[in-house]
Design a protein around this ligand. Structure first.
Ligand code: MRU
Length: 360
């Protein structure tokens, strides 16, 4: 997608052919800064500290992190150790483990001397596939939006950031929205601010603004009210992990939106590529691991002061105890359907297997 007229992806190889360039998402929307990753530690830090975030993007960053590690040491032991380091960075988005397993399957049988070249080729392939998958998700989601179209803008509520900077390009939940907008189908996006880290306010609002998509920022607690008033036609979110039966882990707060959507008969759709489906998990509510993040994300908020300075301020008493689960799981029965790169499926084992019969 374009930033001020220049086409960007969220991750790419530097002109040197080996180091990795990313958009530092911790700086958005205040400034657009490109960071350079040169080591395994750089890649692990970028994922852990959320310079990169979003399930598909952290998978691709982990794949390139392995490439960087192998440049230093391509032995069997170093390969396994690097994969473990990357796997431990963030536990909920299954794309991370998926990308590492795919890389390991390619690299383990190869001679150490051949591994670096193989690793870069596989990481590039994963990145390219991500772009193509998101475009396909965009097309299948666009059909859904076009079906609702009635002459007035389609009002879509989204949570967190599932746009192009959460993937390599296009995004998952935002891909159909970009395509609808580009085709002249009027859309209006309600953007949940998405506490604690405010990915909606900081990132989704930035993305939609840059692309010219009409949108309104709302506090996380406003969605139910808007749905009750008939102001939302569709809820469209991404996913960090989908169970075999269609339970959906996504940013904390997603479940409450699904409950409100059900109570108000608003369709609640999830956009996710196959790399987000964890076929080994039957019961997502019980078994999807939920990342707990630092208390500081809850006790502090980052903002820009009138003098232009970006600063953190504390919003609660110094001693207040905090719990910070970063994701929740929406059970399949609250999900209207899942938009994948192979089409739209019911949120059920049968629905998902009808699109992915190889996992029967
Ligand atoms: O903690 P984050 O910002 O990595 O969480 C991201 C989300 O929850 C996204 O909505 C999800 O990864 C879908 S991504 C395209």
């Amino acid at each position: 997608m374009k930033v001020d007229g220049t086409p960007y992806r969220s991750i790419w190889l530097d002109r040197d052919g080996w180091s990795v360039r990313i958009i530092d998402q911790t700086k958005l929307p205040w400034s657009f800064e490109i960071a350079r990753l040169t080591t395994l530690e750089d890649a692990a830090h970028a994922i852990r500290a959320m310079l990169v975030r979003g399930a598909p993007l952290i998978g691709v960053t982990a794949a390139y992190g392995l490439c960087l590690a192998l440049r230093r040491d391509a032995s069997d032991a170093a390969l396994e150790q690097a994969a473990e380091t990357l796997r431990a960075t963030r536990p909920t988005a299954v794309n991370l483990a998926w990308a590492l397993e795919r890389m390991l399957a390619k690299l383990r049988p190869a001679a150490p001397s051949a591994r670096v070249e193989l690793a870069y080729a596989e990481a590039a392939q994963i990145a390219e596939e991500d772009v193509a998958q998101n475009q396909a998700i965009g097309r299948y989601g666009l059909e859904l939006i076009a079906h609702i179209a009635s002459g007035r803008p389609i009002r879509i509520l989204t949570h967190c950031n599932a746009g192009w900077i959460a993937t390599v390009d296009w995004g998952t939940a935002l891909a159909p929205i970009y395509m609808a907008h580009d085709q002249g189908i009027p859309v209006h996006v309600f953007v949940d601010e998405t506490r604690p880290r405010n990915q909606g306010a900081l990132l989704t609002a930035w993305e939609l603004g840059k692309h010219g998509v009409p949108h309104t920022l709302i506090v996380d607690n406003a969605g139910g009210h808007l749905m009750q008033r008939g102001l939302v036609d569709l809820v469209l979110v991404g996913a960090d992990r989908v169970s075999r039966h269609g339970d959906v882990a996504n940013k904390i707060g997603t479940y409450l939106k699904a409950l409100a959507a059900r109570d108000n008969s608003v369709p609640f759709w999830v956009a996710a590529p196959a790399s987000s489906i964890d076929w080994s998990i039957e019961d997502g509510v019980r078994d999807i691991p939920i990342e707990e993040r630092p208390a500081s994300e809850v006790t502090n908020v980052t903002g820009r002061a009138p003098d232009g300075q970006v600063m953190q301020v504390r919003i609660c008493p110094k001693e207040t105890p905090v719990l910070n689960p970063a994701f929740d799981v929406t059970p399949a029965h609250l999900v209207s359907g899942i938009i994948t790169e192979r089409g739209r499926a019911a949120a059920s084992e049968g629905g998902l297997l009808s699109l992915f019969p190889e996992y029967r």
